[in-house]
Design a protein around this ligand. Structure first.
Ligand code: T5A
Length: 217
């Protein structure tokens, strides 16, 4: 894995369904651009032409027979391509990368949700990322039923969104466990709040991040 320093910062947004990641990705992008920081936004699974094709396979409700292992391997196949073709080159040029989901989603969904051992996920993580990790991960946390309700208002549900509430409770618990294990990387946002309130929590996180990187005094 190529060295990403000195370079941009890699910021990931995580959370359950309908937590508000996509909505707030744009808000964070605007904040960074206002601070004069070059930034690109992307998502997982996806972010490159090949990875977006893999995304289609993963979200297709017709793929009812997909095994948990196939799902896990497809997530990392999409990620390997995304890292090599998009994320690392951008960071090496000094551009910040804002990514809607990354490997914490794999621990939450394939680990917590599907029940795959974390040790097996960690093997693939090391293979694909070779130690590379986000600089900061913003976890949008909210009760499962609130997120599902928000997501369902958007229309047709994808293959993951068709899972039952208990699946998403395990996803939420896995995210919170990871945040507890890695407090230096995670920032938890209470996403069960009006958007204004969510964004003022984000302002706090961004101010801290920008002052740490010397982008504001
Ligand atoms: N996946 C992904 C894995 O299983 N393993 C992996 O390794 C990875 C990377 C696709 C799926 O892939 C799975 C997880 C996912 O199921 P995705 O496209 O990111 O990932 O899918 P979703 O989580 O389904 O994305 P959503 O769009 O549902 O969630 P967001 O982005 O968190 O929510 P957002 O911003 O679209 O908001 C949802 C709705 O709520 C409103 C918005 O306007 C919108 O209508 N909203 C609010 N309403 C009230 N108050 C607020 N504070 C609100 N914030 C947003």
């Amino acid at each position: 894995m190529a060295d990403k320093t000195p370079a941009g910062r890699f910021i990931t947004l995580e959370g359950g369904e309908g937590a508000g990641k996509s909505t707030n990705l744009e808000y964070i992008r605007t904040q960074l651009e206002s601070a004069g920081i070059p930034v690109v936004v992307t998502r997982e699974p996806g972010g490159t032409q090949l990875s977006e094709q893999i995304r289609k396979l993963l979200l297709d409700t017709g793929n009812t027979e997909m095994s948990s292992d196939a799902e896990l391997l497809l997530m990392f196949a999409a990620r390997a391509q995304h890292l090599k073709q998009f994320i690392l080159p951008a960071l090496q040029q000094g551009t910040w990368v804002l990514c809607d989901r990354f490997t914490d989603a794999t621990y939450a969904y394939q680990g917590g949700g599907r029940g795959i051992d974390n040790e097996r996920i960690a093997i693939l993580e090391e293979w694909v990322q070779q130690g590379f990790q986000p600089d900061i991960t913003i976890l949008f946390d909210l009760p499962v039923e609130v997120g599902l309700d928000r997501a369902s208002n958007r229309g047709q549900l994808d293959r993951f969104e068709q899972e039952q509430q208990l699946f998403f409770e395990r996803v939420r618990a896995a995210y919170l466990a990871r945040a507890e294990q890695q407090p230096q990387r995670f920032r938890i946002i209470d996403a069960d709040q009006p958007l204004d309130n969510v964004q003022s929590q984000l302002d706090g996180v961004m101010t801290q991040l920008l002052s740490k990187t010397g982008s504001i005094e």
